[in-house]
Write a protein that binds this ligand. Structure first.
Ligand code: 0RA
Length: 640
């Protein structure tokens, strides 16, 4: 395109036809699998976004039609020009849709117009056209409506004038070619997600998602842009910020930078980043630059205000702990890297981000001294917790080296074997249960850690806070494998970690609290398959001279049905708690590896688990209770 701002057909540089696209689709859309298929939607959608970004459109509607394999993208922009190209004697629309690179991607003079666009007007549209069984473009401009149809990238007829029309805009309907794509079905959730994100990244843009497959229509529209996005993420993650207003930076110097983030009580660090609206799940130079700038700003603030803590060194991970934010930048020639092209590789971007964030964040901290103090405190607590958890690990390593038991919790009844591969630790609620377990166990291979105090609900709590809880700290010390990012299953002092609680709702509650802690802060143990639930019986069933143990009501009824013959007498005893059980009985039913049943704790879907735990351990006690009882009914495998 030409350097000036008036567009007409003559300003389009023609490069080549579409044959290469059909010959090697992978070169243009990455592949012909699901990602490649969805790429077609992004190409068309991004063109409309560009039109909006240049100030000519404010609404885009994307329709996934009932067949699940055809899409319509419609915007209220200027409409792709339909006038004839003077030398080619063809409508500009046809040239844009039938010519590779038409639209001036490699024409630097166009930079002034399409500076920060991801899609670059029309460039991707021809690729989509080439790979579509059928594509129909409907254009409204200059008081009329026009239509042109294509098959496999070739016009099937002439540009048709449909009649007079008001307004302007571009509508593209397309049907991916089954000769190219083995599967042409779109995933509605994938598209919905991308559209919603776009509505945050491009503030003010109205994106309408019309999902005819599921029969629902939604509008995404956020005047606050990525700030609204951040708020949504914080709510979803139930991550409580330690300061009210997020840090916000909006800057345009050579490149467009937008970011916002908050320090939260969460222990994870989460930065969602985008380049030209394209998600960069694997980070890259923009994320690294941002991180570097934040570290320097915080370090400098701490130093100039004499806030350096005594007895602890602040590591980068302490400063970043709990930071949740969104980063969106726009650059002219993004270089994406990696298998999935989701990592930004432009080296110059690193220092641009670093030098943009650093002074802005420092100034913000200096202007908001109370907020700054809260953040610095949060960072120092993170550092102390990290060092405490390291110290716990280190003291255990020392212990194993000297084979003393200097730092182990006093109430731990350790096993005598030093062979980690054959040992297990049972976490038991309450002293009396702990007593029965200590007497009933195999002393050589089984350790017992009774929990006396309350186990706190650790959901949404930083590791620092969690480690202040005696019972949890004892558990971490006894296991010796560290917690948080440091947790290392190979260092665990036992082969299995077994949670043993009463078979009633209280017991399930405690189990859930412990699992929540383990899931959040010692997840590595679950992933390594080292966490188990013991199944103590709820009933003792005496039939004649025989004794049976039933795990639950159904089990009890089954036993009665199977073993009570004629008018034989039966007696049922319900255990009120593990403490009531004779040590020998506890051994036979629950501890003895030959006769007991253990459930391995597994995570079938980490994301869903995250959400469920978050929802249920967050606030609502009744929901939590229902969850526990429902889960308690489940038979063989317990998914957290
Ligand atoms: C080239 C020139 C002009 C607009 C467009 C392309 C354009 C492309 C797409 C793709 C999707 N929606 C679009 N909207 C516009 C400028 C036309 C003028 O000067 O009026």
């Amino acid at each position: 395109m030409s350097a000036n701002n008036s567009y007409n057909a003559s300003s389009i540089t023609v490069l080549e036809g579409l044959d290469p696209v059909r010959k090697r689709p992978g070169m243009y859309i990455g592949g012909t699998g699901s990602a490649g298929l969805h790429h077609l939607v992004w190409e068309i959608f991004d063109n409309s976004v560009d039109e909006a970004m240049n100030g000519h459109a404010d609404q885009i509607e994307v329709t996934l039609h009932k067949d699940g394999a055809t899409i319509t993208v419609s915007d209220n922009g200027r409409g792709i020009p339909v006038d004839n190209h003077p030398t080619h004697k063809k409508p500009a629309l046809e040239i844009i849709l039938c010519t590779l690179h038409a639209g001036g991607k490699f024409d630097n003079s166009s930079a002034g117009n399409y500076k920060t666009s991801g899609g670059l007007h029309g460039v991707g549209a021809s690729v989509v056209n080439a790979l579509s069984k059928r594509l129909v473009a409907t254009i409204k401009r200059d008081g009329a409506e026009w239509e042109m149809e294509f098959r496999q990238g070739k016009a099937t007829g002439k540009l048709k004038k449909l009649g007079a029309a008001r307004g302007s805009g571009t509508t593209i309907f397309f049907h991916p070619d089954p000769q190219i794509f083995p599967r042409t079905e779109f995933n509605p959730d994938t598209i919905r997600e991308r559209l919603e994100v776009a509505s945050y990244i491009h503030k003010g843009l109205k994106v309408i998602w019309n999902d005819e497959v599921n029969g629902k229509k939604e509008t995404f529209h956020h005047e606050e842009g990525i700030l609204a996005f951040l708020k949504k993420i914080l709510v979803e993650k139930d991550a409580r910020p330690v300061h009210e207003q997020p840090f916000v930076l909006d800057k345009e110097n050579g490149l467009r930078i937008e970011m916002c983030f908050s320090w939260t009580e969460s222990t994870e660090e989460l930065l969602k980043s985008y380049v030209n609206g394209i998600p960069t799940a694997n980070g890259g130079t923009h994320e690294n630059g941002l991180r570097g700038g934040v570290l320097k700003a915080i370090r400098n603030y701490i130093e100039t205000h004499n806030l350096t803590p005594r007895g602890v060194t602040l590591a980068a991970e302490d400063i970043r702990e709990g930071v949740i934010g969104v980063l969106s930048i726009f650059i002219e020639e993004p270089q994406f890297q990696g298998q999935t092209k989701d990592r930004l590789n432009n080296p110059e971007v690193h220092s641009m981000l670093d030098s943009a964030v650093r002074p802005a964040l420092e100034q913000w901290l200096n202007n908001n001294r109370t907020v700054a103090e809260t953040i610095v405190n949060r960072i120092i607590i993170a550092a102390r917790a990290r060092e405490a958890s390291r110290a716990a690990s280190a003291s255990i390593s020392r212990k194993t080296a000297t084979s003393g038991r200097l730092n182990l919790p006093g109430k731990l009844a350790d096993c005598s074997s030093n062979n980690r591969n054959e040992s297990e630790i049972f976490i038991v609620e309450g002293d009396s249960a702990g007593g029965s377990a200590k007497q009933g166990r195999d002393r050589n291979r089984q350790a017992i850690l009774p929990l006396r105090g309350k186990v706190l609900n650790t959901e949404g709590t930083s590791l620092a806070k969690v480690m202040e809880n005696r019972e949890i700290a004892d558990l971490v010390t006894a296991l010796g494998c560290g917690a948080g990012a440091d947790c290392d299953p190979t260092k665990m002092r036992y082969h299995r970690l077994v949670l043993l609680a009463d078979a009633d709702s209280d017991g399930h509650h405690i189990t859930t609290l412990l699992l929540t802690f383990i899931f959040r802060h010692m997840r590595q143990l679950i992933d390594a398959g080292r966490v188990f639930l013991a199944l103590p019986p709820l009933y003792r069933v005496d039939i004649g001279k025989e004794t049976f143990w039933a795990a639950d009501d159904a089990d009890r009824d089954r036993i009665l049905k199977q073993h009570v013959k004629g008018n034989a007498k039966s007696e049922i005893t319900r255990f009120k708690g593990l403490g009531e059980m004779m040590p020998k009985v506890l051994w036979e039913t629950t501890l003895n590896p030959k006769t007991r049943r253990l459930l391995r704790v597994e995570i079938s879907d980490a994301l869903a688990t995250d959400r469920i735990i978050n929802e249920l351990m967050g606030k609502d006690a009744s929901a939590r209770f229902r969850f526990i009882m429902e889960r308690a009914e489940e038979a063989d495998e317990l998914d957290v």
